[in-house]
Design a protein around this ligand. Structure first.
Ligand SMILES: [Zn+2]
Length: 381
């Protein structure tokens, strides 16, 4: 059995598409014109991923305002915002190391409903792809930050909101499978950030990791072990405009707890860590062979999407062989540290342009596939 590989989700949006998102905000085009360009970029993403041999494929999230806000708004500026949300003064979901931030809308009342489910993308992608399709969805633990951190919303209690949120997240995942996705991974970038203690971003000082894990399990526990085999959790220290938000938080604070989530597999940032071997070890020690009926598979990040330098298959092979010292090889996979552009606006400065960054992403994915093939051979599996 070959060492499996999986893409996290996103690819850089072509500059033309990023400008179209802006044009929608500026009222220069309507949503159908944006959608035409999104569909073109999605089709190009799928075709090019298929050329590398990557399976399952994604559409590179070309139709999403971001990995976190796709259910809520058409653009990051808040054009086409869902009901009961206000733009501009919600919580920061992250303040990045270079000082830029990304902000969530603020919930103003209930009930909480998604405006867009990720299955809409799966349905479109299934018509384009020759083979299997996967979809990334956002974790309830991120969207719980839509609710004010300390205050109660009059007429809509925190518990009512969380109950609606869990229903919506379950529906988001279930509909992706129903639309034909073979894998659904849940983006959990707020996991490591939960121990940041950044005074500019109050929720990161409230020790919320356990609350996040419990909430994610409220969703996962609604799925059978067979279903959870194909439901993953992605963790990373963020990756936006060449910057990260929580790489300075000791990784063990997350990895000692993350595997309490009853998911069947994990997509784990690792290649940009200084001490990668300790990460393999922590994953090997903490992963569970029986997470309520499902063994947990660790897909280790062997590609750094923030760097334009393309990893060699040899480097990747060596990393996977080292990882196999700590993680049983039948529970080991390879992935990228993160999506290549989680947010719709990211010009990929260190690459020079997002269009060039798309080319680089394909080279990196090809290298990952080849490196995993070489590791499979060397480990004799
Ligand atoms: Zn990520």
């Amino acid at each position: 059995m070959a060492i499996p590989t999986e893409i996290v989700g996103s690819l850089p949006r072509p500059m033309k598409l990023q400008e179209a998102y802006q044009d929608l905000d500026d009222g220069k085009i309507d949503f159908s014109e944006l959608q035409k360009l999104q569909d073109e970029a999605a089709e190009d993403s799928i075709r090019r991923l298929e050329e590398t041999g990557q399976s399952p494929v994604t559409d590179g999230e070309q139709r999403e305002s971001s990995f976190a806000t796709y259910p809520l708004t058409d653009t990051l500026a808040g054009t086409g915002l869902a009901d009961n949300l206000a733009a501009g003064d919600g919580q920061y979901f992250a303040i990045f190391d270079d000082g830029h931030h990304r902000q969530l809308p603020r919930l103003t009342g209930g009930p909480f409903k998604y405006k867009t489910y990720a299955s809409e993308f799966v349905e479109k992608n299934k018509k384009i792809a020759k083979g299997d399709v996967k979809q990334a969805v956002i974790a309830p633990s991120m969207l719980m930050l839509l609710y004010p951190l300390d205050d109660e919303i009059e007429g809509y209690s925190r518990e009512e909101f969380l109950s609606d949120l869990v229903d919506e997240c379950e529906k988001d995942i279930r509909q992706c499978f129903d639309a034909g996705a073979v894998r659904v991974s849940i983006d959990f970038t707020e996991g490591r950030l939960a121990n940041k203690n950044d005074s500019r971003n109050p929720w990161t000082g409230k020790d919320m990791l356990q609350e996040f894990i419990d909430l994610n399990n409220r969703v996962l526990d609604r799925f059978s072990p067979e279903e959870r085999r194909n439901i993953g959790i992605h963790t990373c220290p963020g990756g936006d405009c060449d910057s990260v938000h929580s790489k300075d938080v000791p990784y063990e604070k997350l990895l000692n707890h993350m595997f309490d989530i009853n998911a069947g597999y994990f997509l784990i940032q690792c290649s940009s860590e200084d001490d990668r071997e300790s990460v393999y070890k922590l994953c090997g020690e903490n992963r569970r062979e029986d997470a309520n009926g499902v063994p947990q598979v660790c897909f280790m990040g062997v590609i750094n999407p923030l760097s334009p330098e393309v990893e060699t298959p040899e480097q990747i092979k060596n990393e996977l062989v080292t990882a196999a010292k700590y993680i049983p090889v039948e529970r080991l996979g390879a992935t990228d540290d993160c999506g290549f552009s989680p947010f719709s606006r990211d010009v990929k400065p260190s690459h020079g342009s997002p269009d060039f960054a798309r080319d680089v992403a394909m080279q990196k994915i090809s290298a990952r596939l080849e490196g995993a093939r070489m590791a499979t051979e060397e480990l004799g599996v």
